[in-house]
Design a protein around this ligand. Structure first.
Ligand SMILES: [Ca+2]
Ligand SMILES: [Ca+2]
Ligand SMILES: [Ca+2]
Ligand SMILES: [Ca+2]
Ligand SMILES: [Zn+2]
Length: 322
């Protein structure tokens, strides 16, 4: 408290000016900011958005349909898996027999897939930069990443693989290393505006070879996929791999992403829409700076304590020692 050095008179003035500010409480300011943000988004929706040579009606269309494939890819199986997960948590120390871990070093196998002519050739320096981005992003969670090996494959079919394709299955069957608690990252050029996709921890048992994270090669630090070229596509996809859903999962509902301290969000945010509040009846501004939203890499920089706890629980249940 710094008021100790302020004279009685000055303190009185301060109180007076605070009293004047009372008619504009924080809630009203937030509502005004949210309205301004909504108007900004409505204007942005009139502007075409070009990403990697393809022009979309606007950035919202790109972001909502294409940015990350994880939700489309594995969403169908989610509710059943979640039921099992909740059940598992309800049996303290029992059932799965796994140890509860709150962090650790995750071994990483980084598979660079290029075209036959060498397109998509992520450099060792970029891989190291990507690893540093991951370590920074997860620094507060207790998890860190250790690059064990890098592989390089030239294969046109694998290079353009999409989620759920035969090319993806073949690439992963040939390249995947380690067990459930090892992270395999594949860089490729899936096309269609896809920045990446990931499998969830609970999917491992049914299809171990499928387990891992695929990212657009140009999304690594220094890549050409601006504004998604600071390495946070990998951060986001690894978040799924650790068991996190999107912050806009299930829209304006109290359960939303099954994490208590991420405010609910009606739809993905894009760009960096400060003040966005898409669920006005639920507390909190939209978590636009969270890694599990869809904002620009420069805008997303945090996981919450609740997300950390969920990652720990998911990793313990489905990955640790498996
Ligand atoms: Ca943790
Ligand atoms: Ca939430
Ligand atoms: Ca809200
Ligand atoms: Ca960032
Ligand atoms: Zn995602």
């Amino acid at each position: 408290m710094r008021l100790g050095i302020v004279s009685a008179l000055a303190a009185g003035v301060l109180v007076a000016s605070l009293a004047e500010a009372q008619p504009a409480p924080q809630a009203a300011e937030q509502a005004a900011a949210a309205a301004a943000c909504e108007a900004r988004e409505a204007f942005e929706d009139t502007l075409p958005w070009t990403f990697r040579g393809v022009t979309y009606p606007n950035k919202r269309t790109f972001v909502e349909n294409l940015k990350c494939g994880a939700h489309k890819y594995k969403f169908a199986k989610q509710s059943d898996e979640e039921k099992n997960f909740t059940l598992g948590k309800g049996k303290p120390g029992g059932g799965g027999g796994g140890t509860t871990v709150t962090g650790g070093v995750i071994n990483v196998y980084f598979h660079v897939i290029t075209s036959s002519t060498g397109a998509g050739s992520v450099s060792d320096q970029q891989i190291n930069a990507q690893m540093a981005v991951l370590d920074n992003a997860y620094a507060g969670t207790g998890w860190s990443f250790n690059l064990v090996a890098t592989t390089r494959s030239a294969n046109d079919a694998w290079f353009t693989m999409g989620p759920g394709t035969q090319a993806e299955a073949q690439a992963k069957a040939a390249l995947r290393q380690g067990t459930a608690d090892d992270l395999n990252i594949y860089s490729a050029n899936p096309g269609g505006g896809l920045l990446g996709w990931a499998t969830f921890p609970s999917s491992y048992a049914a299809d171990p070879l499928d387990d891992g994270v695929v990212i657009l090669y140009a999304s690594v630090p220094g890549g050409s996929a601006a504004p998604y070229n600071l390495g946070d596509t990998a951060t986001h996809e690894v978040g799924h791999w650790m068991g996190l859903y999107h912050t806009f999962q299930n829209g304006c509902t109290k359960t939303s992403d099954l994490v208590d301290d991420t405010p609910a969000e009606r739809s993905p945010a894009y760009g960096c829409p400060t003040g966005r509040d898409s669920c006005t009846r639920l507390a909190g501004l939209d978590p636009i700076t969270n890694f599990m939203d869809y904002t620009d890499d420069s805008c997303m920089f945090q996981f919450t304590t609740g997300q950390d706890a969920r990652m720990d629980a998911q990793f313990s249940q489905y990955r640790h020692g498996r």
